[in-house]
Design a protein around this ligand. Sequence first.
Ligand code: HEC
Length: 173
Amino acid sequence: MKYIFMLIVALGSLFGADTYEKYDTKLPDMVMPDNNLSFAEIQDYQNYKIVATHFRNDKNELRYILANPIGYNALKNKLKVMPEGSKFVKIGWSVKEMTLFPSALEADKIQRVEYMVKDSKKFNHDGDNWGYARFVKSGEKYTPWMHGTQSCISCHIAAKDTDYLFTDLQSTF
Ligand code: HEC
């Protein structure tokens, strides 16, 4: 049995099992009511790199921020303004105590997937060039955030000096 396992591992590395398997989830077909940005705009976001983790005390929500390669490289190179095509995605989870170790919390249910995309041709709210979209999850179903994106724009203005991004690259070493 041991040898069969070793053979599988050896064959696996020959055929590229040392690379990560990709997600290929088909995202639901829906758009934001006010700016028409689709969920599919971030098709492949599960393969983006995580750049930061946040926790909102008041909402008791764990958040991962992921960036596509353009956004990731820009943050890593400390660019002041994110280039066209940068995409930042936030996934928000409710949290629950770990059954085996209740003083540890773990992610429970996804509550939203939202994003910002840099697209100067389509978006220019006071020079920001970001488009915003939020898709809210309830049970197994996603729906576009019905209140539109004006509140996103108004609040992200607080981060104007960092190109409307609150996120910076979280250190990992
Ligand atoms: C009341 C303020 C506020 C509003 C409204 C708001 N955001 Fe944010 N957003 C934040 C803060 C603070 C962070 C960083 C902390 C966190 O992740 O929660 C953030 C982070 C983000 C990020 C990760 C990149 C970054 O800037 O750090 C995305 C993507 C994002 N928000 C999208 C949206 C979208 C889409 C909407 C509207 C549907 C929205 N936000 C509305 C305050 C806000």
